[in-house]
Write a protein that binds this ligand. Structure first.
Ligand code: SF4
Length: 717
C-alpha cells in the first residue's frame, strides 16, 4: 500500500489528507496529523473521499474520454484527444478572428489548482487578449477581496486559524462554520472548552448549529449587516470604547465615518436589524473591550448586493478598536472553496492580474505583460460571472469555455444562464464528472483529472499554501486541467503568433508554479523564498515568504503599517442599503440559500454516497412554524416556491432556526432532486431557479443570500 500526502478538495479550511492506494486504486483516506490546518482531523466529507473514488463510482460518474455533440440536444459521441483539442482551438481561433477576443469567455473554478488557474489566466489575458476570464469564486469571495482592498490596501486576510486560540471574543457573522468549515469549527469548540471566558457572538438570520455555540446570538434580518456594524460603532463611540491612538496613528477617514454612523442609533438599528438594543450594547462592549476580538465571516456578508460594504464596515470596527495586527484579533474572511485564494493570487478574475495586481493600473498591466513576454495586457475590464453569462445570452460572447464548475446548477438566475449556453455558438465543458448538469450544454466535453489524480498547489483561507499530489493515475483518458489548457494554447499560438516561441513552455506543474512565484516578487504575497521542495519537506507555508525568509507570516499588520500609499488603513464610510429585491406583498418571504453539513456544491461527488444523505435525506424548504401554521401546512407537504424568475416544488419543513417570513433551501440539490420551471415555462432545476443575479456594484458578487419569494401550498391533482 502507498501513502500520499495531499489536500482535501472540498472547503477552504484546506485540511491535509493521507491517501492510501494500492494497485492504482484509492483504498483509504485519513487526516494528515502533521498538517497545520487539521492536525489529523477530517469531517464527514473529507473522511469519505476515498469512497467517492471507487472503480464502480468512477465508471458511473466520471467523464472518461473526450466527447463531442454533433447536434445540440443529441447525445455526445467519443472522439480522440487530438481531434478534440484541434476543434477547441479551431473554434476559439475562428471566433476571435471573426468577432474579436472579447467574443470568447472562460468561466473557471475555485476548485482548480493554482497552476491550472495560472495557465487559464495567461491564455485568456496574455495570448487571446481578453479579460473575459472569471470564476465561480466570484460567487464565493469577491466581496471579501474588495472589502480588504478598500480598507487595508491589499487582498490579504490578516489572521490565521491559530488566532481562534488567542481570541477572547469571536464574532462570527454570516457564516455557518459548523457546516461550511467543520474542522475550523471544531477548533472553535475546543478553544471555547479550554477558555470558557471567551465570548462567542453569532450574527445570522438563521439560528444555525454555529449559532447554538454562541453566548450572544444576534438574529439580524436578511441584508441588514451594514446597519448592524454602523450601530455597533455608534455605541462604541458613544461609550468611549474606540481606540483613539490606533485611529490617529494607523488610519484615516474616521471623521467621515463618524458622521455617517451618527444616524445608526440603537433605536434605528433595533428596528432595521430586528435586534434588541441591549444585545447591541453587549455586542459592542464585547467586541471593543475584549483583549482580542477575531471576526470570522463568509457568504452571509459576501453574497450580497452590498457585499463590499458589509465586508468594509465590519473591518471598520476592527480599525476603530485596534482589534487587528495582534494575536487573536482581526477581520478574517473564510473562503468557501479549496482554492479560491489561489485564484486570487494568480489574478484569475476578470478585474485582477497576477500577484494581486490590478487590471485598471497601467503599470501593473505593463509588469504582467513583461513577465509573460507579450506586448500588452488589454485594459478593458473583462466580464465577471453574471455579466459573462448575460453577454452570452445577449449574443455578445459567442464561445464559452467552462472548466471544473457547474454553472447550469450553481449560478443564480438559471433561466438566463441556460439561455446563454444555448445561444453561444460553441461551448466547451472541461469536467471530471459527466453527471454535472452543465455537460448537457457542451459541444465538446474534455475529461479532466480530479482529486487523487491531480498535482499542484492550493492556498487555504489562512493564506497557507499546501501541495496537492496524485496517488493514482488519471481515470480513463482524463488529462490535467493545466495540460488541456496548455495544449489548446499551443494550437492557438500556431494560428495567432506563428513562428514565435511558445508562451506556454511548461511540461510540469512546477514550471508553471515557478513562473507564478516569480510574478509575486516584491508584491504583498511575495513567495520567492518558497519552493515545491520546501512545501514537501517542511509542509504547508503561509504567504508572504520572501527570499531569505525561513517561514511565512501567519499574522499581518503587526507593525500597524498597511500596504497603502501612506501606510495607513482607510475607514470606509459606506451607507446601509437594503437588499436588491426587497420582499413585498406579492413575494413576502426572504429566501436564503446555504450549505448542508455533509454535501458539497452540486453533489457531483458527495451525491454518490448514500451515507452522506443520513443527515438530510431530501430537499425541503424550511419555514418558521408560525408561517407553516398560518398557511395550513404540515411537515412534508408540498409547496410551490416562486420568485419573479422561476418556481420549484418541494416539501415544506417547520424549523425554529428560521425566523417568520424567511425561508431556507440548501444550495446542493440539482436536477435529480429538485425540478422547476422558469417564469417563461422553461425546465429548470435547484434553488437557483429562484435566485437573483443582482450583484454588488463593486465586487460583482451576486446576492445569493436573499430573493423575494412567495410560498403556496401545492394542490394535488
Ligand atoms: Fe475537507 Fe473542509 Fe472537511 Fe477539512 S473541513 S475535511 S477541508 S471539507
Amino acid at each position: 500500500m502507498s501513502q500520499t500526502r495531499s489536500t482535501c478538495p472540498y472547503c477552504g479550511v484546506g485540511c491535509g489528507v493521507i491517501i492510501e492506494s494500492e494497485g492504482g486504486q484509492i483504498i483509504g483516506v485519513r487526516g494528515d496529523p502533521q498538517h497545520p490546518a487539521n492536525f489529523g482531523k477530517l469531517c464527514t466529507k473529507g473522511s469519505t473521499l476515498h469512497l467517492t473514488a471507487t472503480p464502480a463510482i468512477t465508471r458511473q460518474t466520471r467523464l472518461l474520454q473526450p466527447m463531442q455533440r454533433l447536434r445540440r440536444g443529441h447525445a455526445p459521441v467519443a472522439l480522440g484527444w487530438d481531434a478534440a483539442l484541434d476543434r477547441v482551438a479551431g473554434e476559439f481561433g475562428r471566433i476571435v478572428r471573426e468577432h474579436g477576443p472579447d467574443a470568447v469567455g472562460f468561466y473557471i473554478s475555485g476548485q482548480l489548482l493554482t497552476e491550472d488557474y495560472y495557465v487559464f489566466n495567461k491564455l485568456a489575458k496574455g495570448l487571446l487578449g481578453t479579460n473575459n476570464v472569471d470564476t465561480n469564486s466570484r460567487l464565493c469571495m469577491s466581496s471579501a477581496v474588495a472589502g480588504y482592498k478598500l480598507t487595508l490596501g491589499a487582498d490579504a486576510p490578516p489572521a490565521c486559524y491559530d488566532d481562534v486560540n488567542h481570541a477572547q471574543c469571536l464574532f462570527i457573522v454570516g457564516s455557518n462554520a459548523a457546516y461550511a468549515h467543520p474542522i475550523l469549527f471544531r477548533r472553535i469548540e475546543a478553544a471555547k472548552q479550554k477558555n470558557p471566558a471567551m465570548k462567542i457572538m453569532v450574527a445570522d438570520p438563521r439560528r444555525t448549529d454555529t449559532a447554538e455555540l454562541a453566548d450572544l446570538y444576534l438574529p439580524l434580518l436578511p441584508g441588514t449587516d451594514v446597519m448592524l456594524f454602523h450601530g455597533l460603532l455608534h455605541v462604541m463611540l458613544w461609550e468611549g470604547w474606540t481606540d483613539a491612538t490606533y485611529i490617529a496613528e494607523h488610519t484615516y477617514g474616521f471623521d467621515e465615518l463618524k458622521s455617517l454612523v451618527r444616524e445608526a442609533t440603537p433605536d434605528v438599528v433595533a428596528q432595521t436589524c430586528g435586534i434588541p438594543k441591549e444585545d447591541l450594547f453587549k455586542a459592542a462592549q464585547w467586541f471593543a473591550q475584549s483583549p482580542a476580538t477575531l471576526s470570522l465571516y463568509c457568504q452571509g456578508l459576501n453574497q450580497s448586493s452590498s457585499g463590499t460594504a458589509k465586508n468594509a464596515t465590519l473591518i471598520n470596527l476592527h480599525l476603530a478598536t485596534g482589534q487587528i495586527g495582534k494575536p487573536g484579533a482581526g477581520p478574517f474572511s473564510l473562503t468557501g472553496q479549496p482554492n479560491a485564494m489561489g485564484g486570487r493570487e494568480v489574478g484569475g478574475l476578470a478585474n485582477l492580474l497576477s500577484a494581486h495586481r490590478d487590471l485598471a493600473n497601467p503599470a501593473h498591466r505593463a509588469e504582467v505583460a513583461a513577465l509573460w513576454g507579450v506586448a500588452d495586457v488589454p485594459s478593458k475590464p473583462g466580464k465577471t460571472a453574471v455579466e459573462m453569462f448575460q453577454a452570452a445570452a445577449d449574443g455578445e460572447i459567442k464561445a464559452l469555455w467552462i472548466a471544473c464548475t457547474n454553472p447550469a446548477q450553481s449560478m443564480p438566475d438559471q433561466a438566463t444562464v441556460r439561455r446563454a449556453m444555448q445561444r453561444a455558438e460553441f461551448v466547451v465543458v472541461q469536467e471530471a464528472f459527466a453527471t454535472a448538469a452543465t455537460c448537457d450544454f457542451a459541444d465538446i466535453l474534455l475529461p479532466a483529472t480530479t482529486w487523487g489524480e491531480k498535482e499542484g498547489t492550493v492556498t487555504n483561507s489562512e493564506r497557507r499554501i499546501s501541495r496537492v499530489l496524485p496517488a493514482v493515475p488519471a481515470a480513463g483518458e482524463a488529462r490535467h486541467d493545466w495540460r488541456i489548457a496548455v495544449d489548446v494554447a499551443r494550437r492557438l499560438e500556431a494560428q495567432l503568433r506563428p513562428g514565435q516561441p511558445s508562451l506556454f513552455p511548461y511540461e510540469t506543474t512546477e514550471a508553471i508554479w515557478n513562473e507564478h512565484r516569480e510574478s509575486t516578487r516584491g508584491r504583498d504575497l511575495d513567495i520567492t523564498g518558497l519552493s515545491y521542495a520546501m512545501l514537501e519537506t517542511e509542509g504547508p507555508q503561509f504567504w508572504p515568504l520572501r527570499q531569505g525568509d525561513r517561514t511565512g507570516k501567519p499574522r499581518l499588520y503587526e507593525d500597524g503599517v498597511f500596504p497603502t500609499a501612506d501606510g495607513k488603513a482607510k475607514f470606509a464610510a459606506l451607507p446601509y442599503q437594503s437588499t436588491a429585491e426587497p420582499s413585498e406583498s406579492h413575494f413576502p418571504f426572504s429566501l436564503t440559500t446555504g450549505r448542508l453539513r455533509d454535501h458539497w456544491h452540486g453533489m457531483t461527488r458527495t451525491g454518490t454516497l448514500g451515507r452522506l444523505f443520513g443527515h438530510v435525506a431530501e430537499p425541503c424548504v424550511q419555514l418558521n412554524p408560525r408561517d407553516m401554521e398560518r398557511r395550513g401546512l404540515k411537515d412534508g407537504e408540498l409547496v410551490h416556491v416562486t420568485s419573479k424568475r422561476g418556481a420549484i416544488v418541494l416539501p415544506a419543513q417547520a424549523s425554529h432556526t428560521i425566523q417568520p417570513t424567511q425561508a431556507f433551501i440548501a444550495m446542493h440539490w440539482g436536477p435529480e432532486y429538485l425540478s422547476g420551471r422558469s417564469s417563461q415555462g422553461e425546465p429548470l432545476a435547484g434553488v437557483n431557479a429562484l435566485t437573483t443575479s443582482a450583484y454588488c456594484p463593486t465586487s460583482k458578487q451576486p446576492e445569493l443570500k436573499h430573493a423575494a419569494v412567495k410560498i403556496l401550498k401545492a394542490e394535488l391533482p
